[in-house]
Design a protein around this ligand. Structure first.
Ligand code: GDP
Ligand code: MN
Length: 380
């Protein structure tokens, strides 16, 4: 589960990681009230789960109530790379001397925790990695042994942060590791981690991804799930128990199995289309599951065609075909369906769908042709 910046900062605070005083606001009036309480200058920050908010105009400094009103009004409802801003985080503005990058994640191949630290922060870490990989200092941690202060001190030295930041950085990094490990994160990232003009080191941004497999250990995560749900499509999919991720394109996608669903997203991109979603209907594709999948995709006004990509393994194609036909009887109307169905009992499955072929239900023999057709229809 990915957290919004403000949720990440609230999580950071539980582990003692310093952040600026701040509050969430859903309306312009609430933003002004928060700013009055916090004290000026403040930063008005769009809460969307996408990077580069600053460049997109989603982060603005404000010196008084009028400026908060102006910026909050502009940012609420703003579309940042397909994410609509529904909530703001208002925080006390910091005086920045330097911006660093710090994160912990899991290195699966090494079976170790991996810290990344760089004196070049604030910008995309991928850009730093591409241009100047030596500017990122790595720290590997054996999860069974844990971290030591000495190791962190050495890491900070290797990253060549300003010596004035050393003590503050060591403090934050030890706490960030505790947050990552005890807080069961897949990723705990601070970009930028700042050194202020008065010598303090604190987190100016927060990117936290929680490990869903650890949900049982964290009843307190409930608070995040309630607030996390801002995309209507994803809310509905969750309610219906579907593995769904909303995207911003026009080709709806239904596939069985996460691997095939990802390949389907890739191939739609490859032939010049834009997927509207990732949706894995899993193994047993009965009529209810297909109907639920179509219902969720139907709520997305951007969808112009729906690519159903099925490979029968244990699931038999004739069962899936029957499921699709039944589901169509349960659903009012959808964008045209492009179906590719292959694998176990494919001929039987195709024979069933054959009888229902029309302008709005087309069957194609292979994945590439089907993807091209779905993209062509979406482009009309
Ligand atoms: P992102 O662009 O979505 O990663 O959003 P960030 O929260 O990382 O902010 C982007 C940039 O805005 C930072 O790198 C800072 O340069 C600037 N910024 C954010 N908060 C403050 C602040 O309190 N004071 C100042 N001076 N700049 C800020
Ligand atoms: Mn950032």
């Amino acid at each position: 589960m990915d957290l919004f910046e403000y949720q990440g900062k609230l999580y950071f605070r539980q582990f003692g990681i310093p952040t600026s005083a701040g509050e969430v606001a859903d309306t312009v009036d609430a933003a002004v009230a928060a700013a009055e309480k916090i004290g000026y200058p403040v930063v008005v920050k769009a809460q969307v789960q996408v990077g580069g908010r600053g460049k997109a105009g989603g982060i603005k400094l404000a010196d008084n109530a009028d400026e908060v009103r102006l910026h909050a009004g502009n940012i609420l409802g703003m579309d940042i790379k397909g994410h609509v801003v529904r909530r703001l985080w208002i925080e006390r503005a910091s005086d920045i001397a330097e911006e660093y990058y710090a994160s912990f994640t899991l290195d699966r191949s090494r079976k170790q925790h991996m810290g990344m630290l760089s004196a070049q922060g604030g910008i995309d870490i991928e850009a730093v990695a591409a241009k100047d990989p030596d500017a990122i200092a790595l720290l590997y941690v054996d999860p069974y042994k844990g971290i030591t202060e000495d190791a962190v001190r050495d890491w900070v030295a290797r990253a060549k942060l300003n010596p004035a930041a050393t003590e503050g950085a060591v403090n934050v990094l030890l706490k960030l590791y505790a947050c990552f490990k005890d807080g069961d994160c897949d990723l705990a990232e601070i970009n930028p981690l700042i050194l202020t003009t008065s010598g303090a080191v604190h987190a100016l941004d927060a990117k936290v991804s929680l490990d869903n497999a650890a949900e049982d250990r964290h009843p307190e995560w409930e608070a995040f799930t309630g607030l996390e749900v801002l995309d209507e499509r994803e809310r509905l999919a969750k309610e219906k128990g579907l593995q769904y991720v909303g995207l911003s394109g026009t080709v709806g996608i239904i596939a069985n199995g996460a691997g095939l669903a990802m390949s389907t997203v890739d191939i739609v991109n490859q032939v010049g289309g834009a997927p509207a979603n990732f949706l894995d209907i899993g193994g047993g594709a009965d009529a209810d599951v297909v109907a639920n999948a179509l219902t969720v995709i139907n709520t997305d006004p951007n969808v112009k065609s729906i690519f159903i990509n099925i490979f029968g393994g244990i699931t038999r194609c004739d069962e899936v075909a029957r499921g699709i036909v039944q589901a169509l009887g349960m659903i009012e109307h959808t964008a045209p369906l492009i179906i590719r169905i292959d694998g176990t009992n494919a001929p039987e499955g195709r024979a069933i769908l054959e009888q229902h072929q029309s302008d709005t239900l087309r069957m194609l023999p292979d994945m590439l042709t089907a993807a091209k057709q779905a993209v062509a229809i979406a482009a009309q």
